[in-house]
Ligand binder design. Structure first.
Ligand SMILES: Nc1ncnc2c1ncn2[C@@H]1O[C@H](COP(=O)(O)OP(=O)(O)O)[C@@H](O)[C@H]1O
Ligand SMILES: [Mg+2]
Length: 475
């Protein structure tokens, strides 16, 4: 067992029991212990007191002792975990060889794959399905990192949607950094036993539908050059409809989980939210088929905005779900704690200012640590919101995607101290009422505006960070 395997195993065990990933400090303790370091040495590396490190370590040993049902301490961590892994993995393999064949991970298993990638085609008869193997292709997925789960977290909602509601098409939306990829990545270990095949693909390079379908079919059929039914003479069909039918067949035959990340890359800039880029409209057919045709599989889409046609079949179809992420809320305090910030009483204000967006918070934490030695209240005493060189390009990408009328609407909100009503939009923005309705709705779908109920009318505002960016652009 090497240190990475030890960390992965400890993290998995702790996560299974507490729902929390090992934080940086706990990882440093595990790593240091593996390297035979003293607590005093570990504490120097992580810039904490030795007492704090001892405390963290002692709690971690206690948690692991409860999980493994034997005393775990610094001196026996490595041998206990190796013993556990050996016995557990042998049982696991036996079980799976008997019941499922074996398991073939494309990444992240500490053990070499037991079956080569291009093994024989998948069986097709229902009887043989029970012999099939769980296969994962997570080459495109991000690594598992510290992930704070919390009561009523969207992770639980997603698990329920998939396990109980049999959701076939699940769209997770939210601005960059809200945690879409992280949540989908952390969902996999929770639900993987329910699936036969799991594949993660990013659309960051805007691949045409045909390329994506080919990759998916290749993986699901377990062949390099798929020769599926429907392909005449063993040739992969060039016709998109035929490719889609083949994919749907595989989704019926096995329970497959497909995650398509960065879906906003196939959607247009300069238009209202959710329109496909020219040439990418046929992705809509894929999403529609998966959402509407009966099968046992699930497609998760991660996107800054929902593709517009998905909204048309969300309402009366319980197999199609939409989840909008807005940030971690109170759970974001864990990030501030992990980064050693001071002035805990000011944290809620900081979190609100950055909408609990974990990425934005991580970036501002760097500034607060660099300039103010972690003093949050000192940072907050300066106005306005500081946009670092790392945060500005992220906001710029969101801003550049907006249509002209959306830009006018958020410029208006940014110039006002109070939230803005429709009457004010109508008076000050160019464009008809219909166009303004569409623009405000589009901003809402992008998660870039917030609706507030104010006495007799609804008013709109935008997150302070965005307000600051829009003001900067207008200067
Ligand atoms: N629940 C969480 N707990 C801790 N960190 C998180 C959580 N969700 C996201 N993060 C962190 O926030 C950052 C942005 O998350 P990411 O999933 O990449 O966002 P998105 O895919 O929406 O752009 C990453 O550094 C990630 O590790
Ligand atoms: Mg992402």
């Amino acid at each position: 067992m090497d240190v990475q395997e030890l960390l992965r195993l400890a993290d998995g065990l702790v996560f299974a029991k507490t729902g929390k990933r090992l934080d940086d400090l706990q990882q440093a303790v595990v790593r240091g212990t593996w390297q035979g370091k003293r607590y005093s040495e570990i504490s120097k590396e992580v810039h904490c007191t030795e007492r704090h490190v001892r405390n963290i370590a002692s709690k971690l040993w206690q948690t692991l002792s409860e999980i493994l049902d034997e005393d775990v301490m610094k001196s026996n961590l490595r041998s206990t975990m190796e013993r556990y892994e050996f016995s557990h993995f042998s049982n696991f393999l036996n079980l799976n060889f008997v019941e499922q064949g074996n398991i073939n991970f494309c990444t992240e298993t500490p053990h070499p794959p037991k079956t080569p990638q291009n093994s024989p085609p998948t069986q097709t008869s229902t009887e043989d399905n029970t012999q099939q193997k769980l296969r994962l292709d997570l080459r495109d997925a991000p690594d598992l990192k510290t992930f704070y789960n919390y009561p009523n977290s969207p992770l639980t909602a997603l698990e329920n949607a998939i396990a109980r509601q049999n959701c076939r098409l699940l769209t997770i939306t939210g601005m960059a950094g809200t945690g879409k990829s992280s949540i989908a990545r952390n969902l996999i270990p929770q639900i993987q036993t329910q699936f036969d095949r799991i594949i993660w693909r990013s659309l960051r390079t805007s691949p045409p539908l045909e390329t994506t379908l080919k990759t998916l079919i290749q993986f699901l059929s377990n062949q390099n050059l798929p020769l599926p039914r429907g392909g005449e003479g063993g040739v992969f069909p060039t016709n998109t409809d035929a490719q889609l039918s083949i994919l749907i067949e595989y989704l019926r035959e096995n329970r497959c989980l497909i995650i398509l990340d960065d879906v906003q890359q196939i959607l247009s800039s300069g238009q209202l939210a959710g329109n496909y880029k020219p040439g990418y409209e046929n992705y809509g057919t894929l999403f529609k088929l998966i959402g509407e045709i009966p099968h046992n599989s699930c497609l998760i889409l991660n996107s800054w905005e929902p593709p517009s046609d998905i909204l048309t079949f969300t309402d009366d179809n319980s197999a199609v779900c939409l989840l909008h992420l807005t940030g971690l809320g109170e759970a974001a305090t864990e990030i501030l704690r992990e980064k050693g910030l001071l002035d805990e009483e000011s944290w809620p204000e900081l979190i609100e200012l950055y909408q609990g967006n974990p990425l934005w918070l991580k970036l501002v934490v760097q500034t607060i640590n660099n300039l103010f030695n972690g003093r949050v209240s000192q940072y907050l005493s300066y106005q306005p919101v500081f946009l670092s060189d790392e945060l500005t390009p992220i906001l710029q990408q969101h801003y550049q995607r907006l249509s002209e009328i959306e830009k006018q609407a958020i410029a208006l909100i940014s110039n006002e101290n109070e939230p803005v009503s429709f009457t004010q939009f109508m008076a000050k923005c160019q464009g008809s009422q219909v166009e303004l309705f569409k623009a405000i709705q589009s901003l809402d779908r992008r998660g870039m505006s917030e609706k507030l109920s104010c006495e007799s009318e609804t008013v709109f505002t935008i997150p302070p960070v965005l307000k600051q960016y829009v003001k900067m652009v207008g200067e």
